[in-house]
Design a protein around this ligand. Structure first.
Ligand SMILES: *Cc1c(COP(=O)(O)O)cnc(C)c1O
Length: 371
């Protein structure tokens, strides 16, 4: 049997990619906002149904530079979630800001809006929630809290590519939203990312940050860095965008098969799609409660590894438990996040995952419950 990983990057045919990059051999223009970059940016803007977008070299720099573009005073506090990928917390800390961890909901793994207001201090400047596994945060409530307390809202939308919430592109929520197009994501540009934002002035700041603040040939107006998307990545994005709807509908089949096979089992929680959300089927997390299921998440994980199947403990550990952070934070203050993180497992999920493999994976998981 072939090894199965948690994800497998989708790729256009080699011929399609070669056709797309042929122009680059004519132009010799490899990066710096070339034709592919600009065409791809326009295509994405339509696909994501957003008003403003800026492409970046990866999702992390989208988060880091979007936060930087707000120019918050150093030492300000940003309310965020510890149930996320390293990038979210690092982006806050690398900007000289302080993450303040809010607990999550037990059912959808999103920031628990009831706990946000209790964390607001005179130093709080922003809320940075994550649309975990493509579940969309309670944006109305977050907006209300932000408005009453004069806070900015920046979403980590790395898991929410192409989704809509009440028919609105998720990139339109909050003051800004950051997407990742990493190779492991539902849609990718090899490495890549984008920031969507409400205020065009913020967009100009992000542009300066991604391109050294250069304007024209003779002036540099901002103290920027370099986080541009190159032409080869943009070309991959153009190709992948042609197929992404088909990829998502194939993922839907995988998703449904997992739900059929694993649904209704005591102690094993499957994933469900929120109302009012057009989903992207990016992930299939299950949550295992030891006493009811009769086995732990870690045992199920190891059993799968024994069959050359690599699920992922995602997100585990909480970012507040990383050794680079655990002396400054106490994850017992976010008990639900801790509880979820100890029980969550994301299963292999990609467009070309065979339904027979979904069945095999599911049977191995179910067999653990008898032990
Ligand atoms: C992937 C991811 C990122 C970082 O994106 P990169 O493109 O890998 O830099 C940030 N946040 C979350 C939640 C992610 O899943």
């Amino acid at each position: 049997m072939q090894r199965i990983n948690v994800t497998r990057s989708s790729m256009p045919s080699l011929e399609e990619y070669v056709r797309e990059i042929e122009d680059i051999w004519d132009s010799h223009w490899l990066t710096n906002m070339g034709e592919k970059h600009n065409a791809f940016q326009e295509m994405l803007k339509k696909y994501l149904q957003v008003d403003n977008i800026e492409l970046l070299v990866n999702g992390h720099m989208s988060l880091e530079m979007t936060l930087q573009a707000f120019d918050f005073p150093k030492g300000s506090e940003v309310i965020t979630t510890p149930f996320t990928f390293a990038s979210t917390t690092h982006a806050i800390v690398r900007n000289g800001l302080k993450p303040v961890f809010c607990d999550i909901n037990e059912d959808d793994y999103l920031m628990d809006c009831r706990k946000i207001e209790g964390l607001i201090t005179s130093k709080t400047v922003a809320i940075l929630p994550v649309h975990v596994y493509g579940n969309i945060c309670n944006a109305n409530e977050i907006q209300r809290i932000a408005k009453e307390n004069n806070l900015k809202v920046i979403y980590d939308a790395a898991h929410a590519f192409g989704e809509t919430f009440n028919d609105i592109g998720v990139g339109m929520l909050g003051d800004a939203s950051c997407f990742s197009f990493h190779a492991t994501k539902v849609f990718h540009t090899i490495e890549g990312g984008a920031s969507c934002f409400r205020d065009e002035k913020l967009g100009r700041r992000i542009y300066d940050l991604k391109n050294f603040g250069i304007h024209g040939l003779n002036d540099v107006q901002g103290i920027g860095a370099n986080a541009k998307m190159n032409e080869f990545c943009a070309a991959m994005g153009i190709c992948n965008l042609r197929h992404v709807d088909e990829e998502i509908s194939k993922r839907e089949k995988v998703f449904k098969r997992y739900s059929e096979l694993l649904g209704g089992v005591e102690g094993l929680r499957t994933h469900s799609i929120q109302e009012h959300v057009k989903p992207n089927y990016a992930y299939y997390p299950i949550l295992i409660e030891e006493n009811e299921f009769g086995s732990t998440r870690d045992k199920v994980y190891e059993e799968l590894v024994g069959h050359d199947i690599f699920a992922r403990k995602y997100f585990y550990p909480l970012t507040s438990d990383y050794s680079c952070y655990n002396s400054s934070y106490d994850s017992n203050l976010t008990p639900v996040a801790k509880w979820v993180s100890d029980r969550i497992l994301t299963l292999p999920m990609y467009a070309d995952l065979a339904l027979e493999d979904v069945e095999r994976i599911s049977h191995i998981i179910l067999s653990c419950s008898m032990k």
